[in-house]
Design a protein around this ligand. Structure first.
Ligand SMILES: NC(=O)c1ccc[n+]([C@@H]2O[C@H](COP(=O)([O-])OP(=O)(O)OC[C@H]3O[C@@H](n4cnc5c(N)ncnc54)[C@H](OP(=O)(O)O)[C@@H]3O)[C@@H](O)[C@H]2O)c1
Length: 220
C-alpha cells in the first residue's frame, strides 16, 4: 500500500482528513508547517516544517518520499484574506496565489514520479473560485487563486491521465474552522467524510471534475 499525503493537516479540514484516512487504515503522512497537539495525538507520520509555498519544500518532499509510492495526494493547505474592493492589495492577492494555486501545481509536479498507477490527486478548492457561481463579489485574491487552482487541476487531469492518475477539484462546503472564524454550516468531520466519499468515487473516467463535497457538480 502506498502513502496518503494531506497538506495543511495540523488543524481544520486537513486534520479531519488525516484522522479519517488513518481510521480507515491508510498510511497517512500529515504535512504541515508546525504540528499541533491534535495532530500529534493521531499517531500518524508527520512531516513538519514544510511551507508548501517554498520551492525548497517541493524538492525536499520529493526527497523525503523518494522510496515510497503515493496512493493519494490531497492539497488542502490554503488561506483566505478578506479582500473587499476598497482594501484589496497586491501583496494579499500574491500570497493567496502562491499558496492556493502555485504550490499545489508545483508540489504535484515534484511528486508526480512517486504517484503510482491508479493514484488520485485531490485539490481542495472552493466554490468561491467559480466564476459562474459568483453572486456576491469581493474576496478578490481568494476567488482569483481558487479559479487558478481549478484551471491548474483541469490541465493536471489531462496531463496525469496517461500515467493512470485521476484528479478532482473539491469544495469542502461552508465549514466551521479557523479560516471562517468558526462560522459555517457544517463541522470539519462532516466535510471530510463527504470529501473522502468523492475521492473514493473518483475514477480516470471522471477525472477533472469540480465537485461539492455533497456530490453536486459545480459550475466553473
Ligand atoms: N472552511 C471553509 O468553509 C472552506 C470553504 C471552502 C474552501 N476551503 C478550503 O479548505 C482548505 C482547508 O481550509 P480550513 O477551513 O481547514 O482552513 P484552516 O483551518 O485555516 O487551515 C488552513 C491550513 O493551511 C495551512 N497553511 C497555511 N499556510 C500554509 C503554508 N504556507 N504552508 C503549509 N501549510 C499552510 C495551515 O497551517 P498553519 O497552522 O501552519 O497556518 C492550516 O493547516 C483550504 O484550502 C480552504 O481554502 C475551506
Amino acid at each position: 500500500m502506498g502513502i496518503s499525503i494531506v497538506t495543511g493537516a495540523n488543524r481544520g479540514i486537513g486534520l479531519e482528513l488525516a484522522r479519517q484516512l488513518q481510521a480507515r487504515g491508510a498510511t497517512v503522512v500529515a504535512v504541515c508547517r508546525r504540528n499541533s497537539p491534535a495532530l500529534d495525538a493521531l499517531g500518524v507520520r508527520v512531516e513538519t516544517g514544510v511551507d508548501v509555498t517554498e520551492p525548497a519544500a517541493w524538492s525536499g518532499l520529493a526527497e523525503r518520499f523518494a522510496n515510497e509510492e503515493i496512493d493519494l495526494l490531497i492539497h488542502n493547505a490554503g488561506m483566505l484574506a478578506g479582500d473587499s474592493f476598497d482594501d484589496v492589495g497586491p501583496e494579499a492577492v500574491r500570497a493567496q496565489f502562491e499558496l492556493n494555486a502555485v504550490a499545489p501545481l508545483f508540489l504535484t509536479k515534484a511528486l508526480a514520479p512517486r504517484l503510482r498507477k491508479g493514484a488520485k490527486v485531490a485539490l481542495i478548492t472552493s466554490r468561491m473560485g467559480s466564476i459562474g457561481d459568483n453572486g456576491s463579489g469581493r474576496y478578490y485574491g481568494y476567488r482569483m487563486s481558487k479559479a487558478a487552482l481549478n484551471a491548474a487541476g483541469a490541465s493536471l487531469a489531462h496531463d496525469l491521465a496517461p500515467r493512470g492518475v485521476a484528479v478532482v477539484m473539491l469544495h469542502p462546503g461552508s465549514v466551521r474552522t479557523e479560516m471562517t472564524g468558526g462560522h459555517g454550516a457544517i463541522e470539519a468531520d462532516e466535510s471530510a467524510r463527504g470529501l473522502l466519499q468523492r475521492i473514493d468515487e473518483l475514477r480516470l473516467e471522471t477525472t477533472g471534475r469540480f465537485l461539492h463535497q455533497n456530490g453536486e457538480v459545480l459550475p466553473w
